[in-house]
Design a protein around this ligand. Structure first.
Ligand SMILES: Cc1cc2nc3c(=O)[nH]c(=O)nc-3n(C[C@H](O)[C@H](O)[C@H](O)COP(=O)(O)O)c2cc1C
Length: 333
């Protein structure tokens, strides 16, 4: 079973991916957060750290594009090919109104004609083109209409986040709704949505035995051992040893971000985005989060980051617990 890490704008940037791969195992594929606005072949994005072949492993990284334009897809694919990538991914899942109102992201799913036109170039491109979508913007009939188009145009793999766009990230992913749709689909399907602990992957495997892989998301941000645990690669580590590894990962990631940014004052921002998830895997998640959130100045933030590992216990699988509890009760705000 292939395991992928879903892209997270503002969190899973090049520095996260590098540090993650240094300390954890189990992932077969990673994605960049989405690119957009590729107006010409000389776009600055193609010279950015995010895509640099010197900083990224082009063998397992897939650059993602948010577009509804075949010309933009062509440009992006050609340049990514030149940088050594063999696959690009189209974001057809982003649910935010500022994106969907422009018929991009999940907002493209109700328009099969536009999807067909976007994908009309796929067979002529020198890279594979995969799609990450949802069940639909409004309902699952949209995916059902699009599947023959994905097949006909040569989409290499389909990642389905089993929610609708209008659900945003609320409620539960509906794995059951996906099963009948993909029964006869010839494209390899990767399931995404609410995989928070290794038991979830077992349950899902039973429901959807035909899938080619699973994409992990918030569950892995909360507990970076999730991929290794699903594959049974980290059994020998107890929680104390795990805490040590997570601490090293955080220290390395912070160091890389401090080196990589001109504005070091800006570093706590993206680190806090990650900590919102990570804090749920400590024995006192609310306290950890409050301490992290309050630390505004860089020096103070770095001290608090180190302190929480000595003050609180790492217990792992944080998002699984968070999800089980009443959201209000657990609210970290
Ligand atoms: C803050 C945030 C940023 C995200 N950024 C992206 C993105 O750039 N591209 C994308 O395809 N999905 C993005 N996603 C969606 C996740 O990759 C994933 O599909 C989603 O969290 C569902 O999986 P999960 O239930 O395992 O977390 C984002 C989600 C969140 C919460």
């Amino acid at each position: 079973m292939q395991l992928h890490l879903g892209p997270f704008q503002g969190i899973t940037d090049v520095w996260f991916r590098k540090a993650y791969q240094q300390y954890f195992t189990g992932l077969d594929k990673l994605y960049t957060p989405f690119f957009g606005g590729i107006h010409n072949l000389n776009s600055k994005h193609f010279r950015s750290d995010e895509l640099s072949p010197l900083l990224n492993d082009a063998g397992i990284l897939v650059p993602q594009l948010l577009t509804n334009s075949a010309i933009e897809l062509e440009r992006f694919a050609l340049q990514c090919h030149g940088l050594g990538y063999s696959e690009v991914n189209i974001n057809m899942g982003c649910p935010w109104p500022q994106v969907t109102s422009k018929k991009r992201g999940c907002g493209l799913m109700p328009y099969p004609g536009m999807v067909e036109s976007l994908l009309s170039v796929v067979k002529d491109l020198p890279v594979k083109v995969s799609v990450k979508c949802r069940l639909g913007m409004y309902d699952v009939s949209e995916l059902s209409t699009l599947l023959p188009i994905f097949e006909k145009t040569g989409v290499s793999e389909l990642i389905v986040h089993a929610r609708t766009g209008k659900q945003l990230y609320k409620g539960h992913a509906q794995a059951d709704a996906l099963a009948p749709l993909i029964a006869n689909c010839v494209i390899p399907i990767v399931y995404n949505g609410d995989l928070f602990e290794s038991a979830d992957s077992g349950r899902l495997g039973n429901k959807l035995p035909r899938i080619a892989g699973m994409m992990l998301g918030r569950g892995l941000l909360a507990d970076p051992f999730l991929a290794a645990d699903i594959k049974g690669l980290a059994c020998e580590l107890d929680n104390k040893e795990r805490a040590e590894v997570v601490k090293k990962f955080i220290t390395t990631l912070t160091g890389q971000r401090l080196k990589g940014r001109r504005q070091v004052k800006a570093v706590p921002g993206p680190m806090k985005e990650l900590w919102w998830y990570l804090s749920s895997s400590f024995d006192q998640p609310v306290r950890v989060w409050r301490q992290i959130r309050k630390a505004a100045l860089l020096e103070e933030f770095l001290d608090v980051q180190a302190e929480v590992f000595s003050q609180y216990e790492w217990i792992g699988s944080g998002f699984a617990r968070k999800f089980l509890q009443n959201e209000e009760e657990f609210s970290l705000d």
